[in-house]
Design a protein around this ligand. Structure first.
Ligand SMILES: Nc1nc2c(ncn2[C@@H]2O[C@H](COP(=O)(O)OP(=O)(O)OP(=O)(O)O)[C@@H](O)[C@H]2O)c(=O)[nH]1
Ligand SMILES: [Mg+2]
Ligand SMILES: [Zn+2]
Length: 287
């Protein structure tokens, strides 16, 4: 299932077909597998959405929770020197990914714009993430650099690119998907938009072993959490895990409680303070 704005597209036998749903209650999203029938006018009629193995939710101020994509295996969290990386947003993406049990990768794009001292600086900022086991990829979509690494991790998987507007998600797709360029041109001409800001979520097939696909999504400033209990939130911060259970109180929220193993680790520099600040911000939202 390939979702293009309000119009639906499905992929069947390597071709894309416009589609409609049978009935208004069916709400297919990008990444869905569907059962469909051909209609007389060449459109596919979606009859059924097959069971999903995961849903990625996004908070929409008008519509509440909206499903952004289904059946995703890997989140690729994209950042770049411009717009300036927002580690609080990165932490919210990571928490969402951890809660869903997804594989998580960090992508620092526009590496061509970094001088040596800037690269060192960002390596330092992101070191706690690497120490937590998140893979960090340096890419330059414009120069087609660092792409093989991304293709390797996407082999046999479905990945989604998430990150602020302008970090280069669509440019990465363009560089990763060989026959992509003509299609974008056609689409942007049709929509008549001056800017190429992505407004729809769309899946592309990748030229990798075992098959693989990647989803481009519109840039988001926020990525809310849903239905996550406080105890689960702490679990979503990987570096907290060995500390949980060592606090004086078994129901410790790791905020102001005495004898807290997490805040002690922050004071001693064993847990990064910016990561803890993200935890605190999210935990306080849940109170
Ligand atoms: N120098 C440099 N510029 C890049 C690179 N990748 C993307 N850009 C530029 O960054 C701008 C934004 O790129 P997009 O790919 O549209 O960004 P996006 O993340 O898809 O943005 P939204 O669709 O709004 O979420 C464009 O002007 C690109 O040419 C890169 O590797 N190096
Ligand atoms: Mg885009
Ligand atoms: Zn605690």
């Amino acid at each position: 299932m390939v979702n293009y704005g309000r119009h639906l597209l499905i992929e069947a036998n390597d071709t894309l077909m416009p589609a409609v749903t049978r009935g208004r209650r069916l709400r297919p999203v990008c990444g869905d597998h569907v059962r469909w029938l051909a209609s007389d006018n060449g459109q596919a009629v979606i009859e059924e959405i097959l069971p999903r193995h995961g849903e990625l939710l996004r908070h929409d101020p008008r519509q509440g929770h909206r499903i952004l994509a289904a059946n995703v295996d890997i989140l690729l969290l994209v950042m770049a020197i411009r717009p300036e990386p927002d580690t609080a947003l990165l932490d919210r993406y990571l928490v969402a990914g951890e809660a869903l049990g997804l594989e998580l990768h960090l992508v620092f794009n526009k590496a061509d714009l970094l001088d040596e001292s800037q690269k060192k600086y960002w390596q330092q900022v992101l070191a706690p993430y690497c120490a937590n086991g998140y893979t960090l990829h340096w890419t330059a979509a414009k120069r087609a650099e660092g792409l093989q690494e991304l293709l390797n991790c996407l082999s046999g998987n479905c990945g989604i690119l998430l990150g602020q507007s302008g970090v280069g998600k669509s440019s990465l797709i363009k560089a990763l998907v060989p026959d992509h360029a003509p299609r974008t041109q056609a689409l942007s001409q049709a929509s008549g938009q001056g800017q190429h800001t992505t407004t729809a979520t769309r899946l592309y097939r990748l030229p990798v072993e075992n098959g693989g696909s990647i989803i481009d999504s519109p840039g988001v400033r926020d990525f809310r959490l849903w239905n996550l209990a406080q105890a689960e939130l702490a679990q979503c911060f990987r570096e907290f895990r060995p500390l949980l259970g060592q606090c004086r109180f078994s129901n410790c929220r790791h905020l102001q409680e005495p004898g807290c193993a997490v805040t002690a680790a922050v004071k001693e520099g064993r847990v990064n303070s910016s990561r803890y600040a993200s935890y605190k911000q999210l935990a306080e939202l849940m109170l």
